[in-house]
Design a protein around this ligand. Structure first.
Ligand SMILES: [Zn+2]
Length: 415
């Protein structure tokens, strides 16, 4: 912001920009970045995180989700997904106490080459984000949870490390969702690491629906039980469904098989859905396009099996969130404020807040009509540029500024 203002040569442009930022007349500069950092670092992380929930409350209360159900709220339930990701990797502590010990609460130690001469420790920050998975790949961040060092024990097995981070976060954050929204319908869409008894127990306790990827390498007893049932005539006849569609390239065959009320062990029951999609091409060759299985909280029937499989697959779209935050101008990996861990988290959340608003803005018809072929980043830059270049006199005379009361309405076109 500071460099943008400094680059403004024309006094009128500067004046207009200051008006837009709400800076009073006679003040010719915005606070120095160290002053901004200082102020932000005094904010409570949890309160800033809550702004995401407050935005969520507003889109619920203004019925934005409800009025655009096909785009924003498919299946009439809030589909929640999660992903852990690492923002920084330090080989030396970035924040130390008087004795030189790492005192950043969010630094998770990882031991490399354990027991060998070249053993060393590095630290990572892992933030697990909880996102609302809307239709058509649109995702909105709702909660960011930074893990703390004492929550993770698996610091040497790097394979298990990420899993443990995500599970630990889910066990803390999903109860927060339920406490804040006691009556809303939630469905957790999770990948294979969530297919375990403690997590299913958590979902049952919180009354969260779930669709969780089931691999055949985990829950072996459950998978074997389903294999056995699948061989019986009654299951093959009554608990399977098949559909074929003809496309130009050939015929697509979708097959589903399901097993309702099967035990995972420890008196925890669930429903298992198996699904595959094959294509038989015009030349007679065939290929498996997709094969997967899920644990589902809801019972599966002929009329919902394909829909359920589709929802299970839709969760992949949200991984785009992190790529967007990294690459498309949000610059989430930027190592702002190394020395102050709290400030670092505040900056991260502010990026998620910006992402939340931008994502909704890009769904509006006005944005879609104006964006044309520009990338989102280019479009955003062009908007800022217009604010800078149009003189304040022109802006202040626009009908929207003259009106005593302005009411905004959203018109959504969908992603
Ligand atoms: Zn740290």
């Amino acid at each position: 912001m500071q460099s943008t203002i400094e680059s403004l040569q024309v006094a009128d442009h500067k004046e207009g920009f200051f008006h837009l930022l709400g800076i009073e007349e006679g003040i010719d500069r915005i606070p120095h970045s160290s002053v901004v950092d200082d102020a932000l670092s005094k904010m409570e992380y949890a309160k800033v995180n809550d702004i995401l929930f407050q935005l969520f409350d507003r889109i619920i209360n203004r019925k934005i989700l409800y009025h655009h159900q096909n785009v924003l709220l498919p299946n009439n339930t809030f589909q929640i997904g999660t992903d852990g990701y690492w923002t920084h990797n330090y080989t030396h502590p970035h924040s130390v106490d008087n004795q030189g010990n790492n005192n950043c609460p969010y630094c998770l130690p990882r031991v490399h080459n354990k027991g060998k001469a070249n053993e060393f420790t590095s630290w990572v920050h892992v933030i697990v984000t909880f996102v609302l998975i809307c239709g058509s790949g649109l995702t909105i961040p709702l909660y960011a949870y930074p893990l703390k060092a004492n929550q993770i024990t698996n610091i040497e097995n790097h394979e298990k490390f990420k899993e443990e981070c995500e599970l630990a976060a889910a066990h803390v954050v999903l109860p927060v969702f339920r406490a804040r929204y006691p009556r809303q319908s939630f469905t957790f869409l999770g990948d294979a690491l969530y297919a375990n008894k403690p997590f299913i127990r958590l979902c049952n306790r919180l009354k969260f629906d779930y669709i969780i990827v089931l691999k055949n390498t985990v829950q072996k007893k459950l998978n074997k039980h389903c294999d056995g049932l699948g061989k019986t005539e009654i299951y093959q006849k009554h608990y399977t469904h098949q559909a074929t569609t003809t496309i130009t390239k050939g015929t697509i065959i979708k097959k589903a098989a399901w097993f309702n009320v099967v035990e995972m062990g420890g008196e925890i029951f669930t429903n298992v859905l198996r699904f595959e999609e094959n294509i038989i091409r015009s030349d007679g060759s065939s290929k498996t396009l997709y094969k997967g299985a899920w644990l589902c909280s809801r019972k599966i029937f002929h009329n919902n099996c394909f829909k359920m499989a589709e929802r299970g697959r839709s969760r992949w779209g949200h991984e785009d969130l992190h790529n967007t935050c990294k690459r498309r101008g949000f610059d989430i990996k930027h190592d702002m404020a190394r020395s102050n861990p709290n400030l670092l988290m505040i900056w991260k959340i502010m990026i998620f807040i910006a992402f939340f608003i931008t994502e909704l803005f890009f769904c509006t018809i006005i944005a879609q009509n104006l964006q044309k072929t520009r990338s989102r980043m280019k479009f955003s830059r062009d908007i800022l540029q217009q604010f800078v270049e149009i003189s304040w006199k022109v802006i202040s005379m626009t009908p929207i500024m003259i009106k005593p009361r302005v009411q905004f309405r959203f018109h959504f076109g969908g992603p």
